[in-house]
Design a protein around this ligand. Structure first.
Ligand code: GTP
Length: 393
């Protein structure tokens, strides 16, 4: 399962975001919205279910009237403060937890109402753009320290006659979630000596920065957009490529309201309806949330997750089925599984994602939308429904 981590300084709203995003308001197939442990839970990206192309929706379990929720892991880690890579705050422990993450949501207090340590100040007093930079810097320095710590071992290995620097670095960096391909591509962008003894701190820092950019892409969540002074979100947008204005506590209120039957709202909807009895005070609070949603197109929580998975990580959703005309599994469940795969994935990749033990058993695949056989190197696309034919089926 893809893993997305919430990072950011204390009080930016990470826990609120996490609680909202892992809340049990939709019962989704085999992955209920349960917390795996205190800071690792299951959340979802939202997409359009292929059942929208048919007469009937597939059912409530994993799809709400064609809104499909696909599971991803969400990590909530302790607040990060400047100097974390040197162990300030809960720094190192937090940073090491990032090793497992495929993408980072940097939750920033866009209202500027907390200083760089996360302590409350007057709204607008702190510049949130600084929080974008420092999280990147801390992550870069953390990775650089891992590279430096392991450098002696690389130097030792270099005495062996069949030493290959690319291989040695790949081995070191797989521990922080980089693949061999990530390392190979990164090294192609850098100038560096073949002999590790000649590497300087600058070489190691440049490597760390590039690896971080490739393996830990960041979405900036401009949280507390409901109370952000005018212009703050725009300035954040100028400072980072992917910025999503958000109100995490607005999302939490809506999910609680949906659970209580007071509001009709599915995560990621641009608006909601009040369907139960609410007090004047509740109604007022909800209308304030509505105003923020109207300004930014929603609460931003679902969009942050979607941006990380579909835009930054370039994944798409494919649906393996056993029966290509009914789009069901062996038990008759309609579109029971949704898999997130990197762009460019083929039916063979999907087969491996579904049955990791398929080995040489893959025979061919069928596009369940038109019944045609798909070639092994065909690149699948968002919402493809595919029957995998293997020696086991
Ligand atoms: N106005 C506003 N306040 C918010 C929003 N999201 C969270 N908050 C408030 O911000 C404060 C901090 O939120 P938390 O979720 O505890 O922050 P955190 O980043 O997890 O903090 P640490 O646990 O200290 O790392 C709380 O009082 C929240 O209610 C939001 O969208 N708008």
């Amino acid at each position: 399962m893809l893993s997305v981590a919430l990072a950011g300084k204390p009080n930016a709203g990470k826990s609120t975001f996490y609680t909202a995003a892992t809340r049990a308001d939709v019962d989704v197939g085999n992955y209920p919205f349960t917390t795996i442990d205190a800071n690792r839970g299951v959340s979802y990206v939202r997409t359009e279910c292929p059942c929208l192309e048919r007469d009937e929706r597939c059912g409530d379990e994993h799809c709400r009237a064609g809104k499909r929720y696909v599971p991803v892991e969400l990590l909530d880690v302790a607040g990060l403060v400047p100097g974390a890579h040197e162990g300030r705050g809960l720094g190192n422990q937090f940073l090491d937890e990032l090793s497992n993450a495929d993408a980072i949501l940097n939750v920033v207090d866009a209202s500027g109402g907390t200083n760089e340590e996360g302590e409350p100040v007057e709204v607008g007093e702190h510049d949130p753009v600084e929080d974008v930079d420092f999280v990147e810097e801390e992550m870069d320095l953390w990775l650089a320290s891992i590279v430096s710590r392991n450098w002696e071992s690389v130097e030792r290995q270099s005495r062996s006659p069949d030493f290959d620097i690319d291989e040695a670095l790949a081995e070191m960096l797989t521990g922080v979630g980089a693949t061999e391909l990530d390392v190979a591509r990164t090294l192609r962008e850098l100038d560096y000596p073949d002999d590790p003894i000649q590497w300087t701190d600058e070489h190691r820092e440049a490597l760390a920065e590039k690896i971080r950019q490739r393996t830990k892409p960041i979405v900036v969540v401009a949280n507390k957009a409901d109370v952000a002074p005018e212009g703050n979100v725009e300035r954040l947008r100028e400072a980072a490529e992917y910025v999503v204005p958000a109100t995490a506590d607005g999302e939490l209120a809506l999910r609680n309201g949906a659970e209580a039957g007071i509001v009709d709202y599915d995560p990621g909807d641009p608006d909601f309806d009040i369907v139960g009895d609410v007090s004047d005070q509740q109604a007022e609070g909800l209308e304030r949330i509505r105003e923020v949603m109207q300004e930014w197109g929603g609460t931003g929580v679902q969009r942050s997750l979607n941006t990380a998975v579909y835009d930054l990580l370039d994944h798409f959703t494919a649906y393996p089925v056993q029966n290509e005309s009914k789009w069901t599994d062996a038990k008759g469940n309609v579109l029971p599984d949704a898999h997130l795969l990197p762009d460019g994935s083929t039916p063979v990749d999907l087969a491996y994602a579904v049955h990791s033990d398929i080995g040489d058993g893959y025979l061919h695949a069928v596009d369940a939308k038109d019944g045609r056989k798909i070639s092994d190197d065909h690149e699948l696309e968002e919402a493809d429904v595919v029957k995998i034919v293997s020696t086991a089926t």
